[in-house]
Design a protein around this ligand. Structure first.
Ligand code: AMP
Length: 146
């Protein structure tokens, strides 16, 4: 059974737990795959958001999507890295949450995704909510309850 305080936790708004957009590594739709791969490799992140020039969320790009897109029949076609644009390869098949979302909704989505992009009503990219941040909050709550 869910106790009242656990229910309160599930009803908590995600806003205070968001990593704000200015601290999130991202690429633009028109950037080359080479630029995106450099950023992914240097940051150590497996996947990062793709934005348009007006800071609207467009999708996600990952190292595996990039390497897959340059895989030829017998070799990686590395020359494609500077020719292809991020928007040709990014995925848009990804759930997002809003500033009004609650922990309950976020947790259900974070089971299958390491992070969620937080989007405002007008599509503006607000930041991300990571599985790590949510788990840390749960851990603190668990110790308080014990
Ligand atoms: P974490 O839970 O901190 O391990 O992060 C999970 C995933 O969220 C990372 O692999 C990245 O894809 C993404 N991520 C976390 N922090 C950032 C950040 N500051 N900028 C871009 N992506 C991030």
């Amino acid at each position: 059974m869910i106790s009242l305080s656990n229910q309160e936790l599930l009803d908590t708004n995600i806003t205070d737990f968001i990593i704000p957009s200015e601290k999130v590594a991202h690429v633009q739709v028109g950037n080359s795959l080479e630029h995106a791969l450099l950023l992914l490799t240097k940051s150590g992140y497996s996947s990062i958001p793709v934005l348009d020039p007006r800071f609207h969320f467009q999708g996600l790009i990952s190292s595996s999507l990039i390497t897959d897109s340059i895989l030829g029949l017998e070799r990686f076609e590395f020359e494609q890295l500077e020719l292809k644009k991020v928007e040709e390869v990014m995925t848009t098949d990804f759930p997002t949450v809003s500033l009004e979302s609650k922990f309950k909704e976020a947790i259900e989505l974070l089971v299958d995704h390491p992070f969620l992009c937080v989007i405002s009503e007008n599509g503006y990219f607000e930041g991300i909510l990571t599985r790590r941040v949510v788990l840390k909050h749960f851990q603190r709550h668990m110790y308080k309850m014990s």
